[in-house]
Design a protein around this ligand. Sequence first.
Ligand SMILES: Nc1ncnc2c1ncn2[C@@H]1O[C@H](COP(=O)(O)OP(=O)(O)OP(=O)(O)O)[C@@H](O)[C@H]1O
Length: 723
Amino acid sequence: MNPIRSRRLKILLLSSSFALIAYLIRRYRRYLILKKRQSLTISRKESSTNVIPPLSIKKTINKQFFHQLQVIVRILIPRLRSDSFFLLIIHLTTLITRTFLSIYIAHLDGAIVKSLVQRNPRDFLRTISIFIAVAIPASFINSAIRFAESKLALAFRTKLSRHAYEAYFRNQTYYRVTNLDTRLLTPDQNLTDDIETFTSTLTHLFSHLTKPFFDVAIVSWSLISMMRLRKTARGLKEVPALLFIVVSFTFMAVRKLSPNFGKLVSEEARRRGILRFAHTRVIANAEEIAFFDGHEVERNWILKLYDQLREQTSLIIKKKFWFIMLEQFLMKYFWHACGMIFIAIPFLTYDGPPETDDPVGDPLGISTRTEAFTVSKHLLTSGADALERIISSYKEIAELAGHTNRVYTMLHVFDECAHEHYQRASVTMDESHNEHSLTSVKRKVAVNQRAEGQIIESEGDIIAENVPIITPNGDVIVKSLSLKITPGMHVLISGPNGCGKSSFFRIVRGLWPIYSGRLHRPDPSNFFLIPQRPYMCPGTLRDQIIYPDTIDQAFVDDSKLMKILDNVELQYIVQREGGLNAERDWKDILSGGEKQRLGLARIFYHQPKYALLDECTSAVSIDVEGKIYERAKALGISLLTITHRPSLWAYHTHLLQFDGDGRWTFEILNTEKRLTLKGEKERLEAQLAGIPQIQQRLNELCQLLGENTMTIENQQYEEINDD
Ligand SMILES: Nc1ncnc2c1ncn2[C@@H]1O[C@H](COP(=O)(O)OP(=O)(O)OP(=O)(O)O)[C@@H](O)[C@H]1O
């Protein structure tokens, strides 16, 4: 080659290699930056949604999995006489029957081939007729397997759902799980999707595993008995050992190379739950979002969550691709080849007399050998299929372990919450950042500390003895509260936002645990809480008034209900909405004030000893509010009211005041004196509000006149000096 051309070529090659290396380095750096950013956003998202990672599943199929499965199976099959056990037996019977039918059909196949090789039309017609006759029960059994599997899955699901709902609605667990504990982010998903997936995977796996085990046992037995017929063949004894080696090798390879599917599907389910939770939030707050045109924020958030789910799903798909390829290679082609070798051994090594039942028509025994080959191949294929299913179910068992873990965790957390054992992800709080907020003075208790306060049931008094108010996060809002409220007292509760007014109700009503001290209070049925936004249950207008009673428990007639509505000035609504039995979406069709009055109607129906009113008249006009308070007091209901409205002071006898720094006072409420003081305070506040503007104007005038700027402090100082 021309030396100049070769030099040029070298330079070209060198520079393109440099360019390629530079390009690859750049790509790699970009990849690293992207990866770092991604991990940052994920951790930020996780902390903002307060998501705790799923329980670690190191090796999916381990002792822990078998223990969890055992606990759940006891719920699914509580007794031998239960319907689920009965269905399990039916399912098992259909599976066994199917195995026997398969073997019978394999022999029939062999007989059909033999009649063909022998050119015997009578035998052919006879065997084909038997085949068609057997096809009817065989199809029935095939369909029965699916039927029994679905029925069994449904029975399991019903059992588990009932058990879980029972636990969820016991001891206010539904409240505690979401408000006092952080282990379950989406209990709705655990109760619906997770239970469904777990039960269907379990039943599917049951049929996938039981039938192959029968198949392998019975098929091996049939093959061995067939082999015995060829006693004179060489190398037969080695066949079982070779079979065992091949199967063990495959199993070990699959086990070693199998990804952790349990962990993968568990994570996928968790991400699906978070996405669903985000959807529910949009539906619940649709009006606010629409008012603010805030759909961009929501869409971006949901798309991000969807992308996280998509990433996980595509990771599973990718891992499955390589795993299925390996499975297919080993269990389809490799086994097929091995199977053919094993079948061939007795045929090739046979050196006895010709095997024939028809020495005239088939002196070499070809038809018998063909029949034996067809049957063996059929049986070996069934056996290989069965083994393939057993080995490939390793992946399904790993997935089942993931679902089992989610269901078990749900039941475990429900149980712990019912017994007041909570766990919360620690929230670290930098107090120095919050100098002016209430949180700066809050002390923290260990979030997982046991609640050791005592609750004693009283006749009617509420007595708190050194009871602290501590939030589920462990923030101490009030260190120690001691007071006595007796029936007939009407207590006004006031203080700045976040000082613990509603928390006081939660403590009294028993929603939050008491960490120390003693609380005497009557049975919870003596309290009735009306929040600012009362809950409108599904059902009729009557159902709203008597809530949480049901129609069967209602103890007043329609005229009394009308009187109740009259007490809250809401009688007109009966006519407007078409009677007490009208069913509407009450949350949407009533105005804010109407909903509050309907909520208040409930205290006239239930007439509790104590009505806990949490700013529940903020949307009701002052005159109607006054009438409702007077009527409730006339019925002997003690009112504990949280309000910022001075108009309500007149209806109370005592004042419980929190200052927001953990201090509190409890005293008799002198409304007149308080109103006078309040008036004076407001006047002074109005006067003080003008002072900065006056000061600013004075400064401007001083500047314009070229005189010294005089602040109020200076002036006062000079005045004092003059004196
Ligand atoms: N479920 C909860 N988990 C953790 N902290 C909570 C929870 N509910 C309330 N808190 C915290 O407890 C503190 C007191 O809340 P609370 O609802 O009692 O305030 P409040 O005095 O009624 O205020 P407002 O007048 O604004 O209604 C607040 O700092 C709040 O953040």
